[in-house]
Write a protein that binds this ligand. Sequence first.
Ligand code: IVH
Length: 684
Amino acid sequence: MQILFKNNNFINIMNPEKKAKLLREEINKANKLYYVDNSPSMSDQEWDKKFQELIAIEKEFPETKTTDSPTQRVGASPAKGFNEHKHLLPMLSLGNAFNEIQIRDWYERVLKLLEIENLDMVCELKIDGLAVSIFYENGVLTKAATRGNGVIGEEVTENVKTIRSIPLTLNGNYPEKFEIRGEVFLPLSKFKKLNAKREKKGLESYVNPRNSASGSLRQLDSNVTSKRPLDMFFYSLGYTNENSNFSSHWESLNMMKNWGCKINDLSKKVNSLEEIFGIIKNIEKIRSDLDYAIDGLVIKVDSLHYQNILGHVGREPRWAIAYKFPAEKQETILRKININVGRTGAITPWADLEPVVIDGVTISKATLHNREEIIRKDLREGDRVIVQRAGDVIPQVVKISKNNIRNNSSKSFIFPRKCPSCDSNLINDEQNAITRCIDHSCPDQIIRTIEHFASKVAMNIEGFGKKIIEEFYKSKIIHNITDIYDIKNKKDQILDLSNMGEKKFTNLVNSINNSYHQPLEKLIFGLGILGVGSEASEWLARKFKSIENLINATEDELLKIDGIGEIVAQSIIKYFLIDENKILLEQLISIGINPVYVEQEIEINNVFYDKNFVITGKFESFSRLELENKIKYLGGKITSSVSKNTNFLIAGESPGSKLKNAQKLSINIVDENEILSMLEIEEK
Ligand code: IVH
């Protein structure tokens, strides 16, 4: 039997099934050596030849194809959305320790609870990616899901299958049906390359490796995921349908390794606090050499029996703790103090820094907040400064370094009196420490306004980011928001003047056309009215139902909406009094952008419906946005400050002054566990 191979050679296949099986085994073995064990066994050409051969056989004889074939790693057809996956065992989070004392406290508590004097532990790196759970049935990968809120995640099987270091089939002996958990991440070197590519294409870059991993894995089109070089470290067993044979976590890690799963080789079994402190010091030293981001160490009780006895409090196991590294600080040079003009005319200074690597991310910009901040820290161009980056926070200039030496040319920074974009006089809003440009024809304000209108959270015009908008504005292709809808008639001009090719142009026109169908609240939000965020936009849409009604709203009507106070009401009235804004809306309506509010189907009978929620602090199991969306979906309203109208304050870690205000007003205070169970009840 002969089949035509990709390079036009015929190959003889006597027994396609047998041959496909052999190729699969060879490729899987080579993949494991390459992606998991870091010791390649085959040249790229040899691998490619075998892979193409397997594709050709599976194409010619579809019956030879198996779900665990390495050819299945290229992704499936795009999904419409992710299915929910309810975890068979909740995916817990971890309590934190920020210093040796807190680790010691945890250790002593564990010893006391177990009534023992000595404890075996495993010390692992805390990988800064996203947690996933993977199911294997009879050794074949059958399902994978993200952690989600710890109880319910998103099913991402096709996407996970594209990650080369995750085995599609396991080696050796394994339970019949079980789950392994671990962290998916994007290696730092690949993260940098991906961002460089995205910037070149005019796409927004990912803020950090964790976001890039999450963005890459949660793609509806798994073909896109297959092109992102994601990787994974497995770190624990989850559900299993039969009693496991292991008695310790360390043993289970070794078993996972034998099955072909990638385990971080810096994990160590330890028996004393001193060993742990030594490991922390060592990892802090080598952290910058690793090709993946870590944000601390995880210390786990080794004995599974002890883990069972210790159990968990809420979502945090007593048998493990995360030691978090302090926010990394680095010294660098403040090359220049620049000024940014925001959409609302707010003038924000920012630091152009000599690039410096912090937590594996190259930082070359940091915020300087406002004029007072520069004066208070006495920052000058040319100074050596200390820069800090903590988690997702925008990098900050902490202070001037002790090593700073100023020469005679060093001058205090003179904050501009005129707008760097339009040269009009700047106004100081002393109360809010904001300096503003109040000229509505200011080019930077217009560009930022268009950018906001087109953004994902507003009209969601894909492929129309900052760079392209600036280019179009500067080449006079667009002057304002309405011009976006005339782009389709300017093909020749755009292809001549900009870097845009035919294909990108067509995609852009398609996404502009899609934006006609955005809901009313997104349109209101997209207008960028001062003080009107996404929540207020929803309340306005719900109350006024159309743009025309909103334009004619009176201050009294606006003030009747819970959550809208005098300042925002006046800002809305003021917005519609400005001629340019009125003209903009008339034009949008005349070209057919005139959505009517569509009531979301919500269950009226739930504890969230029509209640006012304020959220404060940080959460382990979900992002704030996730929580807000869930509450809104169930009919609740999110407001930013506590008042007598607040029904619930959801307080996470480090809650701040909102908690005190809520206590004073005797408002219901709900913690992370309670809100999780409230949501669980409603989502059932
Ligand atoms: S163990 C109860 N081990 O950290 C066990 N988690 O803050 C929880 N993480 O959601 C997981 N590296 O995404 C564990 N070696 C490691 C980890 C790790 C990173 C993440 C994981 C989890 C989060 C908890």
